[in-house]
Structure formats: structure tokens, C-alpha cells
Design a protein around this ligand. Structure first.
Ligand code: 3HC
Length: 301
């Protein structure tokens, strides 16, 4: 069945090589998924060799992990590993059909990345962004071919969570959108078409949820109490476990983007800003085999 809003799949362009801009944790998770599901060459780029090497190493480790679980035999494991390469320059994308960026969440950085990619790829190469909350239309606005830009928003952990938000920007054409849906399906994700609105759908809802948790903390409830309050509902993770997984800085960035668009509906907790500054140690600690919220965090709120 065709997902709601997806163009006819006959419009989709074949994808035989993928480029990933960024070799950080999110980008490496994406590279792993692409190589595992599409079995095509995947090339990762980043700003220095150390990051590139680290990214490729992470993908190899994730593939080893899948093999350990019996999901890949050793032949396939070696074939997939050989398909993943790193490059310091974007020239390696010259023959790519699909390039996805997962770099720092800053509009000017992402626009710059897309401009650099556009300078080397073919005019029909799809440019996708994994942005959590920024406008895809604005990101595409300075390009010669904004019609080939699409939002492709994954959820953490990428290997496990089935949802993929596909974002149609103002100028995204049907061939690009159809390609995105076919790629998403081949990645075995449930693709939903969402509007190019701040933080799309899931992060907007999550930010509202976290906003209420933060309000409770700002009013003096201990972090541990607020964090455990919803346990009886059986959510897969408590609010602060989720924040730790996503990264407090990413969570704050999404909240700030929403605040800029809807100041009354999305307040930003000053305490969360402090938490981000203090986060280097992590949110939780182990005490006598029991995981507790770092007591120092309680002093922040
Ligand atoms: N990478 C790869 N695989 C992972 C993983 C990771 N980081 N974490 C867990 N897994 C795998 C495990 O290996 C296991 O696989 P198996 O079934 O083949 O053995 C499977 O996931 C289940 O893991 P566990 O049994 O260890 O643990 P749980 O059953 O508790 O599930 C979870 C872990 C899937 C992470 C679950 O806790 C969950 O769904 N949490 C909510 C996550 C969530 O809401 N994410 C969205 C965040 S918002 C976001 O990402 C958007 C961004 O823009 C901010």
C-alpha cells in the first residue's frame, strides 16, 4: 500500500551509491543502516581524518554486532564492510545518487554543506537532511536545484526505531519524494509524510512532553521523582533516559527552535540550559549497582 502522500514509486530514481556527510554518532548509525539494507557503496565524509576513521570504525563495529547476532554471515559481513569507505573531500560523492547530511544543527552550516555537495554531484542526485527541527525549505533555498532536497528524519536508535519522517519542502519535486519513500521502504522504515514545520511532528510532541517535565522540575520537584513518575505507564524510557539517549544539547536545540517559532507554546527552561552545560558527566550514576540521577543535577533545578 502506498503511504499517504507518497508519489507513484515509478517516479523514483535508482540509488546505487550513498554519501553521508558527517561521521558522528547519528551519521554513522545512518551509514550502517544504508549499507546493511541497500548493500550499495556508502561513503562518509567529515572535517578531519580522525573523525572519518572513527565513523568507518563505528560502522564496522555495528556490522560485527549484527553478525554476532546471527543476522549476517561472514561473507556478507565482509562484503558490506568493504562497501563502507571514508573520504575527507566531497568529491567522493560525484557518482552518488543519494546524499544525506547529519552535521551540526546550525542552518548556515547545513546550507554550506549542501552547497558544497551540490558543486560535485549530478543534478539529479537527491540531497536529504536528517535535521531534527530546522526548516528544510530554508536549507534548500540557496541551491541551484532545491527540488532535489527532502527531509529524512530518523529516530534514535536508528537501527531499532521503525519511524521515518519524510519532509516535503516547498520545492521538493515528485521524483525526489518518490525516491525518498522507496529508499525509506528499502531501509525497512515506516515512512510518514510530514509538513516542513518547526520540529515536524514527533519532536514537536516530545518537546511539549519534556516541557511539562521541566516545568515540574522548575517548580521544585526532585529530578528523580519527576523522572520516575510515569513508570506505571510502561513507556520504553523515562524522560531523562530519553534525554540522555538523544543528547541534552540536541533536545535543547529542538526546544529553542520551537521557542523561536512559537514563544508562548514552547517555553525554554533555564534549568535545562544549565543541565546541558553540566552534562559532561552524564545524567545518571551507578550507586551500589543501582542507577540514580546524578545527585549534582538535583542542585541545578
Ligand atoms: N543501537 C543498535 N541497536 C540497539 C540500540 C542501539 N543504540 N539500543 C538497543 N538496540 C537493540 C538491542 O540490541 C535489541 O536488539 P535485539 O532485539 O535484536 O536483541 C533491541 O534494540 C532491544 O534492546 P534492549 O532489549 O536492550 O532494550 P529495550 O527493549 O529496552 O529497547 C529501546 C531499547 C529500543 C532503545 C527502547 O528503550 C526505546 O524504544 N526507547 C525509546 C526511544 C525513543 O523514543 N527514541 C526517539 C528519540 S527522539 C529522536 O531520536 C529524534 C531526534 O531528532 C532528537
Amino acid at each position: 500500500k502506498r503511504p499517504v502522500g507518497a508519489p507513484d514509486k515509478s517516479l523514483a530514481k535508482p540509488v546505487t551509491k550513498v554519501g553521508v556527510v558527517g561521521a558522528g554518532l547519528m551519521a554513522s548509525q545512518l551509514a550502517t543502516l544504508f549499507v546493511q539494507r541497500l548493500a550499495v557503496p556508502v561513503v562518509l565524509t567529515d572535517i578531519d581524518q580522525e573523525r572519518v576513521d572513527k565513523g568507518v570504525k563505528y560502522v564496522h563495529e555495528q556490522l560485527d554486532f549484527q553478525a554476532l547476532k546471527g543476522r549476517l554471515n561472514s561473507d556478507k559481513l565482509n562484503r558490506l564492510k568493504a562497501l563502507v569507505t571514508g573520504s575527507l573531500t566531497k568529491d567522493a560523492f560525484a557518482d552518488a545518487d543519494f546524499v544525506i547530511e547529519a552535521v551540526f544543527e546550525e542552518m548556515s552550516v547545513k546550507q554550506q554543506v549542501f552547497a558544497e555537495v551540490e558543486a560535485v554531484v549530478r543534478p539529479d542526485c537527491v540531497l536529504a537532511t536528517n535535521t531534527s527541527s530546522l526548516s528544510v525549505t530554508e536549507m534548500a533555498s540557496k541551491l541551484e536545484h532545491p527540488e532535489r532536497v527532502v527531509g529524512f528524519h530518523f529516530f534514535n536508535p536508528v537501527a531499532v526505531l521503525p519511524l521515518l519522517e519524510v519532509v516535503r519542502a516547498e520545492k521538493t519535486d515528485d521524483a525526489t519524494l518518490a525516491t525518498a519513500f522507496v529508499v525509506g521502504k528499502n531501509l525497512k522504515k515506516n515512512c510518514v509524510l510530514v509538513k516542513d514545520a518547526p520540529a515536524f511532528v514527533v519532536n514537536r510532541i516530545l518537546t511539549r512532553f519534556m516541557g511539562v517535565v521541566n516545568q515540574v522540575l522548575d517548580e521544585g520537584t526532585p529530578v528523580e521523582t519527576a523522572d520516575r513518575a510515569l513508570d506505571p505507564l510502561g513507556l520504553p524510557m523515562s524522560p531523562f533516559e530519553l534525554l540522555e539517549l538523544v543528547g541534552p544539547a540536541v533536545g535543547l536545540h529542538v526546544a529553542e527552535t520551537l521557542h523561536a517559532s512559537f514563544p508562548d507554546r514552547f517555553p525554554v527552561s533555564e534549568n535545562v540550559r544549565r543541565l546541558v552545560e553540566a552534562h559532561k558527566r552524564g545524567i545518571y550514576q551507578w550507586v551500589d549497582g543501582v542507577r540514580v540521577v546524578d545527585p549534582e543535577l538535583e542542585t541545578l533545578f
